[in-house]
Design a protein around this ligand. Structure first.
Ligand SMILES: *Cc1c(COP(=O)(O)O)cnc(C)c1O
Length: 393
């Protein structure tokens, strides 16, 4: 089965006696046993829940892994992978990452005696030079957030394995429909399922899928032992959202490409970042069949960027991405504010960067809204010489 078929043709109700079409929500913490000496399939929802397991089976199949584990958020899923490490181990992470992941690595992991080294993993040679004998895990995003940079997953996986380390890829930006990191050699693939997999901005959830049975057993021990597994109601909502992933993504990606094309010709826009514009990026073309629906652009001035956001009417000003309705954010003040300003500066993180998440609306309405907002701000701002001199007009 191809993924679009698989999304709606799967065993949604294993063992269900009434012929239900949709997975029942097993909203129960406990399961009664026939005997104190012999346990049935389930005993306690932290350890296993039928609704969550249907979801986990479905995502494992989409990613091509042996098993998937669902957690209460994307960061809880990433935490589970990091909990495989111990004191003295080192993580090699890409130097462009979602702000929350950066905070988890730099502020929480460090307390456990784990060292995190950052490097530009889009440069495979720089990556090779950044390993130490203690590197146990390499962490990167299939399209980095928010600078949209792309690492060669296969090359980094080979490097990691040569150094006896595992590779974890955060595939939130592309979804398994556009990129399958496990097939490229990654050992773990994680998602903030809050984004495209759910698609409706009504659940926070995260998933980890693994290729290897022994790692799966360890992760199960962590999911059960720590207790951050996804609850039955959220598992149900995520399963429901997932059914339309192919339809949503097809529309969102097509619209995002049109928005990126429009922005490239829009006066007042100084730079557009979108993987679909990376027509010569060999790694991206080889490892992905889609571009996601996040488009970033710059204006040359943080004040102008903020004013554009305030002037948009169809794009909600909010963090997150991947939902059915479009949104806009200023990463340096919102999703990435958890990266300290000096670190952002050292990494040349653009303070004027606007991140758009393109939804399923009619793209003509979205482009009209953008055209009007950019033009109205450019007119107002150009009366103010101080801002104009920053190269807005
Ligand atoms: C949002 C996000 C996360 C964190 O996921 P939560 O569900 O918010 O915990 C991790 N990685 C990426 C790329 C994200 O965009």
């Amino acid at each position: 089965m191809r993924p679009a078929t698989r999304l709606v043709q799967f065993n949604a109700c294993p063992g269900e006696p009434f012929g239900a079409t949709c997975t029942p929500v097993y909203q129960t913490a406990t399961f009664d046993q026939d005997s104190p000496l012999e346990f049935g399939r389930y005993d306690y929802t932290r350890s296993g829940n039928p609704t969550r397991e249907v979801l986990e089976r479905q995502i494992a199949d989409l990613e091509g892994g042996v098993r998937c584990f669902a957690f209460a958020s994307g960061l809880a899923a990433i935490t589970a992978v990091l909990n495989l490490l111990g004191p003295g181990d080192e993580v090699l992470a890409c130097d462009d990452l979602y702000g929350g992941t950066y905070r988890l690595l730099s502020r929480i992991l460090a307390r456990r005696g784990i060292v995190v080294n950052y490097a530009d993993l889009t440069d495979t040679q720089a990556a090779a030079a950044a390993f130490t004998p203690r590197t146990k895990l390499v962490f990167l995003e299939s399209v980095s957030n928010p600078l949209m940079r792309i690492c060669d997953i296969k090359a980094i996986a080979e490097l990691a394995h040569r150094h006896n380390a595992h590779l974890c890829v955060d595939n939130t930006a592309l979804t398994p429909l556009s990129c399958r990191p496990l097939e490229l050699g990654a050992d773990f693939v994680v998602h903030s399922a809050t984004k495209y997999l759910c698609g409706h901005s009504d659940v926070t959830a995260g998933v980890v899928t693994v290729r290897d049975k022994a790692l799966a057993d360890e992760l199960y021990m962590i999911q059960n032992g720590e207790g951050a597994g996804l609850g039955p109601q959220d598992s149900y909502l995520l399963l429901r959202g997932l059914k339309t992933l192919d339809l949503r993504l097809e529309r969102q990606q097509r619209s995002a490409a049109k928005v990126a094309e429009f922005l490239e010709t829009c006066p007042g826009v100084t730079q557009v970042l979108f993987p679909g514009l990376e027509k010569h990026n060999v790694a991206h073309l080889r490892q992905s069949t889609g571009h996601g629906a996040v488009v970033c652009f710059r204006t040359g001035s943080p004040q102008v960027s903020a004013a554009i956001l305030e002037s948009l009417t169809l794009f909600g000003i909010r963090v997150s991405f991947g939902g059915v309705s479009s949104s806009a954010s200023l990463p340096c003040r919102m999703s990435h504010a958890s990266i300290p300003a000096p670190v952002r500066e050292a990494r040349h993180f653009p303070e004027d960067l606007i991140r758009l998440s393109i939804g399923i609306e009619d793209v003509r309405d979205l482009i009209e809204d953008l055209r009007r907002a950019v033009a109205s701000v450019a007119t107002v701002v150009c009366c103010e010489p101080a801002v104009c001199s920053q190269g807005v007009a």
